[in-house]
Design a protein around this ligand. Structure first.
Ligand code: NDP
Length: 501
């Protein structure tokens, strides 16, 4: 802020000095306001346009700048420049809740977005994941319905636990993610105290052309810390921006948060008969099958200077891939490849990638031109390809396409192929029985019962009980007694249960 003596003169957006900051032009002290008071008119006009549509999902978020540093040698798996030994790459990370709007409390029970934009020397690489290794659905055609069930009813404009449990219990593939959501990890204490995951399976390719399937895990160095449900509810009223404030203060105070990146690596050929479908977003790869391999560390050490310009206008897209990194046949990932860029075109505008927060740190030579708010111009570059005028030419050898073999087949709406150990409840059951301790199981039951008690019909509650009995019989029994549905749950005929797949 400039000192009192040196304060600059207010100007219009065209840079012309303004004569008054506080008074409209009127004909006499009580007279009508003059329409030609363009200074005040333009203030109003700009104010009316000072929001962009909030994100449909992940609307409430916070971000920070930092870097990724490679501490190990994973060049045997990928040729991507940002993962070469010793490399340091600047990045911007954004964390968020999923369902709430911009003003919603940070401590809602919800997965957290964990999005990273790496400004690499090969263009931007965006890893747009969550703080959970899995997701609620495995096919992009169900995503919109799932999100609608988490948002608001069309008539009352209110959120509805009935709607959430109705969708979840009719979508048994959600059980793994809902188990994590209802566990003590469903409300992280801060953004610094949670892990991050790429969640999907991606592919890597090394300099020799060999390909691997990859899972990314960012492990918090701060340690996992969570809020109990009661603490979360209290914090929601005490400080709805608790996580935003915590991240900002920690970085301002020199306490830069850090995450260690580990990857799980699966040889390409293993995917075919691995016991779980490795491209199913509702499943993890157990560490005993594919152990974690260290890669490097992510540090966030600089706060944004302007929230709107850097956090709100940041546009992440999983379609931003660099040579050496590719996709996989995960059907949710396929959908997201289209959806993220598309939403930013609508939300920010067709040239959102020219904004400093989104702009790569390498030269851009694309054949996309003009449109609203273009300010990076191509000079006299030819506007079409092919051309004989010296315009850019694509590089098939070093470009970013990375494919996999696909068997020919009929064009149809297929279910995800099932592998030997695939079912919707198994991995959720493993988490409950083999990873959680007694206290965590009790917190899980308490959170489920609390959530499914609030304006949820008895018919849906019976399905909730059956859903949890499929995850784990003991948890199902405890949920039944917590919801006062024990008699109904054990007396045939049972409420209709989505069948075990
Ligand atoms: P491991 O014991 O090797 O891994 C268990 C993992 O569970 C650890 O990464 C741990 O994270 C994490 N974890 C602990 N409590 C919770 C919780 N409440 N919610 C979510 N994650 C939690 O076992 P497996 O690899 O064989 O996996 C067993 C089960 O663990 C899986 O079915 C899955 O539900 C869960 N899990 C597995 C992951 C994987 O990639 N294999 C990743 C995350 C969860 P931390 O080290 O940070 O404590």
């Amino acid at each position: 802020m400039a000192s009192e003596e040196k304060r600059p003169t207010t100007t219009t957006d065209s840079g012309v000095p303004a004569t008054n900051d506080e008074r409209s032009l009127t004909v006499g002290p009580q007279g009508p306001t003059a329409l030609h008071d363009h200074y005040v008119v333009q203030k109003m006009q700009h104010f009316n346009r000072e929001r962009v549509p909030e994100r449909v999902v992940h609307a409430k978020g916070s971000g920070a700048h930092g870097f990724f540093e490679v501490t190990e040698d994973v060049s045997q798996y990928t040729k991507a420049d940002l993962f070469q030994p010793g490399k340091r790459t600047p990045l911007f990370a954004r964390f968020s809740t999923v369902a709430g709007e911009q003003g919603s409390p940070d401590t809602a029970r919800d997965p957290r977005g964990f999005a990273i934009k790496f400004y690499t020397e090969q263009g931007n690489y965006d890893l747009v994941g969550n703080n959970t290794p899995v997701f609620f659905v495995r096919d992009a055609s169900k995503f919109q319905d799932f999100i609608h069930s988490q948002k608001r009813l069309p008539d009352t404009g209110m959120r509805s636990n009935e709607m959430q449990w109705d969708f979840w219990t009719l979508s048994p593939e959600s059980a793994h993610q809902v188990t994590i959501l209802m566990s003590d990890r469903g409300v992280p204490r801060t953004y610094r105290h949670m892990n991050g995951f790429g969640s999907h399976t991606f592919s890597w390719q090394n300099a020799g052309g060999e390909k691997f399937w990859i899972k990314y895990h960012f492990k918090t160095v701060q340690g996992i810390e969570n809020y109990t449900e009661d603490e979360a509810v209290e914090m929601a009223s005490q400080d709805p921006d608790a996580h935003r404030r915590d991240l900002r203060k920690a970085i301002d105070g020199g306490d830069a948060p850090e995450w260690k990146l580990e990857v799980q690596v699966m040889p390409f050929a293993d995917a075919l008969d691995y016991r779980f479908n490795p491209f199913d977003l509702t499943k993890v790869w157990p560490h005993s099958d594919y152990p974690a391999i260290d890669v490097g560390r992510m540090v966030l050490d600089r706060n944004p200077d302007n929230f709107f310009a850097e956090v709100e206008q940041a546009g992440f897209s999983p379609s931003n891939l660099v040579p050496g990194i590719g996709l996989s046949p995960d059907k949710m990932l396929m959908g997201r490849i289209f959806s993220y860029h598309d939403t930013h075109l609508h939300r920010i505008g067709p040239n959102y990638e020219q904004l400093p927060i989104n702009s790569p740190k390498v030269e851009v030579h694309s054949y996309n031109f003009d449109g609203p708010m273009t300010y990076i111009h191509s000079g006299d570059q030819p506007v079409y390809a092919p051309n004989s005028k010296g315009g850019p030419v694509a590089d098939g050898e070093h470009g970013a396409d990375l494919g996999w073999e696909v068997e020919g087949g009929e064009l149809r709406r297929y279910e995800n192929p099932k592998h030997r150990d695939d079912d919707d409840f198994g991995q959720a059951g493993t988490l409950v029985r083999e990873v959680m301790d007694d206290d965590q199981r009790s917190a899980l039951v308490e959170n489920i019962v609390g959530h499914a008690s609030a304006e949820v019909t008895e018919e849906t509650q019976d399905r909730v009980v059956a859903y949890w009995a499929n995850v784990d019989q003991e948890i199902g029994n405890r949920v039944a007694s917590g919801l006062d549905r024990a008699e109904q749950a054990t007396t045939p005929p049972q409420a209709e249960v989505p069948s075990r797949v």
